[in-house]
Design a protein around this ligand. Structure first.
Ligand code: ASP
Ligand code: MG
Length: 417
């Protein structure tokens, strides 16, 4: 059996849904198809929760926007008397009903209960559409399979129980397509949880590993995995093959093509992961697996809006274990993640994303023991499989503030000149 994952962009309007259906039609075999919320509906649902949590009446209006968005799609997919209109309204009613009650004190809990409707709506609509055009399919509520802990918005999956449940449900049969949600799961007492933004790739990879899939395919609006983000770079090249290790490293450094947690489950089970374009489905795309490269292509990852925090002990002590321990425990306390760090005898420098809600408390605590300076508006450039020529090319009009090399990767914190 194969597992497919379609993201929000691949189901952003009626035309896109029809395109998804036409792709599925070409696969005359059983599939598990994981689908995200339509278009930008997760952001739209976040607006509903934020207003609800602030006891702001506009939550109902934001939900109407969500309704209108789906309604426009329904009108282009179904005849007026189709039962999907009623199903959709019933699901929205569940949210409306929730909005009438007072929110609990737990924002993350409320978030998961409400935002998950993006996925429920989208998969229900798509399942009904496939049925309507005679593509045999079964809608599965993934919350009955993907069991998690109680960490709302960042839930951890219980692999053993979930694998067991998945094996019982996703049984290959004829041409049957199982249609289910990404991103969501449920805890022991069946309350909805979510796996973190953009978590559907991870859901797909987990299902693929649970059912021992022959492959996992992520359908995207790019031709495959590129060696750089076309937003920052012209002359990108598509990587035809990528090792699991490289894919993990690139995702970790911030390449946005796959959710960082996606690779491990498929790697462990040796399942090839394809990244293909839903706009040109007959094209090859990229494949992640166990390979030997014939040629190494430099890969670039840019992170903008970086901040460099420089730490100097006030007592002029060396940056050794006790100082490092203190610095890291303060960072851990506020979940501030270091994208790059470096120490000299008497200074420590950390490059982080510009998130003031984390940086400010960290700096405040550090200042008790250290002299701190920060520098904003920086970029972090990571090049895997670098050579001097590519480094020179990316450093045109840039000043390097911090640099770190290892055999495979160079990382540089730079300021634009
Ligand atoms: N719909 C969720 C999000 O946009 C999950 C996903 O698309 O992967 O974050
Ligand atoms: Mg999405």
């Amino acid at each position: 059996m194969k597992v497919f994952k379609f993201g929000g962009a691949s189901v952003k309007d009626a035309h896109a849904v029809k395109n998804l259906a036409s792709i599925l039609k070409t696969y005359e075999e059983p599939l598990v198809v994981v689908v995200s919320a339509m278009g930008k509906m997760t952001n739209a649902m976040e607006k509903v929760v934020n207003a609800y949590f602030k006891n702001d009446n506009s939550s109902v209006k934001y939900l109407d926007d969500v309704r209108d968005f789906h309604w426009n799609i329904l009108k282009d997919l179904f005849p007026e008397d189709h039962s999907i209109y009623k199903y959709t309204e019933e699901m929205l009613d569940e949210v409306r009903y929730k909005l009438l009650t007072d929110p609990s004190m737990n924002y993350n809990f409320e978030y998961d209960q409400i935002v998950s409707y993006g996925e429920l709506l989208s998969t229900k609509i798509i399942s009904e559409y496939l049925e309507y055009i005679h593509i045999e399919n079964q809608w599965i509520d993934i919350r009955k399979i993907l069991k998690t802990d109680d960490i709302y918005r960042e839930a951890n999956v219980d692999f053993e129980i979930s694998a067991h449940l998945a094996k019982d449900v996703f049984l290959p049969s004829g041409n049957l397509k199982y249609l289910t949600q990404g991103f969501i799961g449920s805890n022991k007492i069946n309350q909805t949880t979510t796996l973190g933004r953009e978590g559907s790739d991870y859901t797909g990879a987990l299902i693929a590993s649970f059912v021992g899939a022959e492959s996992f395919t992520v359908w995207k609006d790019v031709p495959g995995i590129l060696n750089a983000d076309p937003k920052w770079f012209s002359n990108t090249v598509k990587l035809e093959k990528l090792t699991y290790t490289d894919a993990i490293e690139l995702a970790f450094y911030g390449a946005s093509v796959l959710h960082p947690k996606t690779i491990q489950p498929v790697k462990q089970n040796n399942i090839p992961l394809y990244v293909k374009s839903f706009l040109n489905p007959e094209e090859e795309g990229s494949v992640i697996g166990n390979f030997n490269y014939e040629k190494l292509v430099p890969c670039f990852i840019f992170k903008v809006d970086q901040v460099l925090i420089k730490v100097h002990p006030k007592d002029l002590s060396f940056i050794a274990e006790h100082n490092l321990k203190r610095i890291f425990s303060i960072m851990a306390k506020y979940s501030l993640r270091a994208n790059l760090m470096q120490n000299t005898a008497v200074s420590f420098r950390i490059c982080v994303n510009n998130d003031s809600s984390r940086i400010l408390p960290v700096v405040e605590e550090l200042e008790k023991h250290y002299k701190i300076t920060t520098e904003e508006d920086l970029e972090l450039i990571t090049i895997r499989y670098y050579d001097q020529q590519t480094i020179d090319r990316v450093l045109i009009n840039k000043e390097v503030l911090l640099e770190q090399h290892n055999q495979m990767t160079v990382q540089m914190v730079v300021r634009k000149l």
